[in-house]
Design a protein around this ligand. Structure first.
Ligand code: HEM
Ligand SMILES: *[C@@H]1O[C@H](CO)[C@@H](O)[C@H](O)[C@H]1NC(C)=O
Ligand SMILES: *[C@@H]1O[C@H](CO)[C@@H](O)[C@H](O)[C@H]1NC(C)=O
Length: 430
């Protein structure tokens, strides 16, 4: 009798709690709990890098291991996993012999590439990055991306050479670089041990979509102010001696203080126009699926109109004239013409598609695995401490003589303009 009474009390208690399930704090990893009716709750995992009912699943798991697709097959092959000279793919190619280049939607031909370049990419006036990103960041992005994205262009856009190693800079990549580009309000931390015990495999393959997504050429300005001298892009490209001439300190200081370009339409400098032209061509050779299909693959809503994609009437009109149908917008064009996320460098799509690829790549370094993530791997406690406390600033300043210069991914003193969700200033000047 006593037992039954106890059970009744227990049920009663559970029922009271069911009134507001958020009282038990079910949302993990900074997810926000919202009540849903009387008996349910919902976790808003937006921009937490996690998803699932309780924001419990790391987005890195959105990337398949083993990788299923390659460029030659519209079905899953083992070769996609084992053939390391070949990029893997997140989505299979658009099947051959479809009514239209993207399947069934849209016109029989994709827009002329020269028209695309002229209308969407040519920089008429430099547009600075809206969150104050510095040119030091642009160089870091270029350098870092080339550690794992190397195409054998002579053989074709599907061929890769080089490996996927990331090396000792992983802490800096997460805590300085990804922290900056995501512009999260909370602090990102590099803690490989959080993955121990998770269903996580320490391997990754770069995908051809990741390669395309990382073409951030608009981040490069047309001129560089080093010390008091104004250099053009061409001066810089062929002239590593400039670093010696001005000294590392002045060089880094100058790059930290100059604003990078915004990743947006009409912001490719003249020197990178042939690069984006070839990129679009490669996307077609690889038969990449539409941007909307990639959004769906990463649990995002496909866009229903050009205006919804861009948040800008003028740009929407330009895209509509080129593509006709929102479901035929190409991968890179979608990434760069999508409206910017509030307070971010990039659009929602670029971040939500890029983040799992990037996290998977960085965290699956063998150094992060339970087997190796310990002091002895780094020569003892001193070495482990160096890795665990690495910062961008230290990396530079402990390796150069004299005073520490400005070392920053954000231009010092930069003040972000206030912006609301539906105010998309970066697309205003077309
Ligand atoms: C200094 C200005 C830059 C120039 C002149 C430049 C030029 C180029 C060229 C010529 C290619 C090869 C394209 C092809 O053959 O189809 C390329 C590829 C690439 N660039 Fe840049 N780039 C610059 C800056 C950047 C920056 C700032 C990033 C930032 C992430 C970046 C990311 C990439 C990536 C990811 C690739 C593909 C690499 C590969 O697949 O092997 N580049 N760039
Ligand atoms: C890897 O894939 C490419 C493209 O299908 C093919 O040409 C190459 O022979 C493959 N390599 C091996 C070792 O199977
Ligand atoms: C640098 O020189 C270019 C012309 O070569 C000029 O258009 C630009 O305004 C100059 N920038 C600065 C900051 O002086």
């Amino acid at each position: 009798m006593k037992k039954i009474f106890g059970l009744i009390v227990l049920f009663f208690l559970v029922d009271i709690n069911a009134g507001n399930l958020c009282c038990s704090y079910p949302c993990q990893n900074n997810g926000v709990c919202l009540t849903k009716g009387f008996k349910d709750y919902e976790c808003d995992c937006t921009r937490t890098d996690f998803y699932g009912k309780n924001c419990e699943t790391l987005r890195s798991n959105l990337i398949d291991i083993p990788p299923p697709y390659d460029n030659d097959h519209s079905y899953i092959t083992l070769g996609a996993h084992f053939n390391h000279s070949f990029y893997t793919r997140v989505l299979p190619p658009v099947p051959e012999e479809c009514p239209t280049p993207m399947g069934v939607a849209g016109k029989e031909e994709l827009p002329d590439i020269n028209a695309l370049v002229k209308k969407l990419f040519v920089r008429e006036k430099f547009k600075p990055d809206p969150i104050g990103t510095s040119v030091l960041f642009s160089f870091m992005a270029q350098h870092f991306s080339h550690m794992f994205l190397k195409t054998d262009f002579k053989r074709g856009p599907q061929y890769q050479w080089g490996g996927h190693g990331v090396g000792q800079t992983i802490k800096i990549v997460i805590e300085d670089y990804v922290q900056h580009l995501s512009n999260y309000n909370f602090k990102l931390m590099f803690k490989p041990d959080l993955l121990f015990g998770e269903n996580f495999q320490y391997q990754a393959r770069a995908s051809v979509e990741f390669n395309h997504l990382y073409y951030w050429h608009p981040l490069m300005p047309d001129e560089f102010i080093i010390g008091d001298t104004n250099y053009t892009m061409r001066d810089i490209l062929v002239n590593p001696g400039l670093v010696i001439k001005h000294g590392m300190t002045t060089f880094v200081d100058s790059l930290s203080k100059q604003s990078a370009g915004a990743f947006t339409v009409k912001n490719h400098g003249a020197i990178t126009l042939p690069v984006v032209q070839k990129l679009i061509q490669n996307g077609r050779t690889l038969r990449l699926q539409s941007y909307n299909n990639y959004r769906k693959r990463f649990n995002l809503q496909p866009y229903k109109s050009f205006e919804e994609l861009t948040g800008n009437k003028k740009l929407a009109k330009v895209l509509e004239d080129l593509y006709g149908d929102i479901d035929t917008v190409e991968f890179y064009v979608g990434l760069i013409s999508e409206k910017r996320r509030p307070r971010g460098m990039f659009s929602e799509g670029l971040l939500e598609i890029g983040a799992p690829m990037s996290i998977k790549g960085v965290m699956s370094n063998p150094l992060c695995s339970p087997k190796y993530w310990k002091p002895s791997t780094f020569g003892g406690d001193v070495g482990f401490e160096i890795v665990n406390t690495a910062t961008l600033k230290k990396l530079f300043c402990q390796n150069m003589r004299g005073d520490c210069p400005e070392v920053s991914f954000k231009v010092p003193g930069f003040v972000e303009q206030k912006r609301t969700d539906d105010d998309c200033t970066e697309h205003e000047e077309l």
